[in-house]
Design a protein around this ligand. Structure first.
Ligand SMILES: Nc1ncnc2c1ncn2[C@@H]1O[C@H](COP(=O)(O)OP(=O)(O)OP(=O)(O)O)[C@@H](O)[C@H]1O
Ligand SMILES: [Mg+2]
Length: 400
């Protein structure tokens, strides 16, 4: 822990009093924006700063190997001094560790144990890859042998939802029903036997899976340990995708500390300006940029350069931002949303709502910025009834 600039590091209790001290940094973003190369670049930079670093991917496409040009497998493998990597394989996870659970389920539903190769079928069911990946992440974190763990997340919104799964399970556990809905994959498998679904609940409840997912969420939601980082490109789709992730991370209490705007073409003025506007769109989150390279980013050397370009002299394990960009208060028929906007005190604002988005045009010194805020789905049927600027924050009230 010597090297961490972590006066912010918190020691927390996990799984009956084991103390852990680490940083967990998770990269997410739309498909193809550069999550994998940025995860690798961050990990290389950290390892060279002598942090004991683990780079993990839960992407079934095994892209760490492609990016690093090193064959990484489902077992932790050394890549460089202080850098290890793993590509989680849910099929291996199931067959090595969870066959007993699967077998118990099978016995209670079919009256016999599992058929051979069933683990492969299970791993292919919806949600299972993410579930077993989460359990693997929890296992690694509990081992407590790294300073920093970097997680390269799969692209879809689905993947991010799985990050929230432990929290959802935690709250459902308190209500003690409906667990099988969360294990959609298992539930689907046993659909023809749906009258037994309460059985499935109780079987899952007898395992330590829920406890472990709750442990994991206590790590993920600890701002001193975990940061979610958004990777975007200078285009509308990937920016909107990142803002949606930011909103839901704020709702679920996961700290987003940085936006990486990747593939910026600094030679084109239009792209440069777009990148500047994107930064204002994520205000007050810090943004770092990386230029669009003429060739694919592959191999340790190029990825090291990519890391230096993004972070410069900054230590990538720094918590670059702490706090919520959005605060949302949901009431029965209204939502109060507050967020910081640039130039709040002396700008002209024009606010419109379109479906589940707020479009805020900010005019300042004859410059125009359009800030788009994605709203929680509950706002779909609501309209704006008031908006006001308080200090540097815009407060908008929506009502059904
Ligand atoms: N700054 C850049 N300049 C040029 N090419 C880049 C840059 N960043 C990433 N790439 C290339 O873009 C492609 C996608 O990058 P990467 O695989 O990191 O994205 P991803 O977000 O992980 O994609 P996926 O959603 O498929 O997992 C790769 O071929 C990579 O080499
Ligand atoms: Mg990837």
């Amino acid at each position: 822990m010597l090297f961490l600039p972590l006066n912010k590091l918190k020691q927390i209790n996990i799984d009956n009093c084991k103390l852990i001290g680490l940083r967990l940094i998770i990269y997410t973003g739309k498909g193809g924006t550069g999550k994998t190369v940025t995860s690798c670049a961050t990990a290389i930079n950290l390892a060279e700063r002598k942090y004991k670093t683990l780079l993990m991917s839960a992407d079934p496409a095994h892209t760490l190997s492609d990016a690093l040009c090193v064959d990484i497998g489902y077992e932790i493998k050394k890549v460089l001094s202080n850098l290890e990597a793993i590509e989680i394989d849910p099929i291996i996870e199931i067959s090595e560790k969870y066959l007993d659970i699967v077998s118990t389920m099978s016995t209670s539903f079919f009256g016999k144990g599992i058929e051979s190769n069933l683990e492969y079928e299970i791993a292919m069911l919806p949600g299972m890859t993410q579930l077993f990946s989460l359990l693997k992440i929890e296992e690694v974190i509990k081992e407590d042998s790294y300073d920093v763990v970097i997680l390269d997340m799969a692209a879809s919104g689905e993947a991010l939802r799985f990050l929230y799964l432990p929290k959802i399970i935690g709250s459902m556990r308190r209500h003690a029903t409906g667990l099988s809905n969360l294990f959609a994959g298992f539930a689907k498998m046993f659909q023809p036997f749906s009258p037994y679904s309460t059985n499935l609940d109780s079987i899952i409840a007898q395992t330590d899976i829920l406890k472990r997912l709750e442990n994991l969420f206590s790590v993920i939601s600890n701002q001193g340990i975990t940061s979610l980082r958004l990777v975007t490109n200078p285009d509308n789709f990937s920016v909107k995708n990142a803002k949606r992730s930011l909103m839901s991370a704020n709702i679920f209490g996961i700290n987003v500390d940085l936006v990486v705007i990747n593939k910026v073409d600094f030679d084109q003025e239009a792209k440069r300006i777009t990148s500047e506007k994107i930064k204002l769109n994520f205000f007050p989150l810090p943004c770092k940029e990386a230029k669009y390279q003429k060739e694919e980013l592959q191999g340790i050397e190029m990825l090291r350069e990519h890391g230096l370009e993004i972070f410069g002299n900054d230590d990538p394990s720094t918590i670059f931002f702490e706090g919520k960009v959005y605060s949302i208060e949901e009431k029965e028929d209204s939502i109060i949303i507050k967020f910081k906007i640039p130039f709040a005190s002396n700008a002209q604002l024009d606010i419109k709502k379109k479906y589940d988005e707020l479009i805020i045009s900010i005019e300042h010194d004859l410059r125009y910025i359009t800030n788009i805020v994605t709203l929680p789905l509950a706002a779909l049927n609501m309209r704006i009834i008031s908006s006001k600027v308080i200090d540097d924050e815009l407060e908008i009230i929506l009502k059904r």
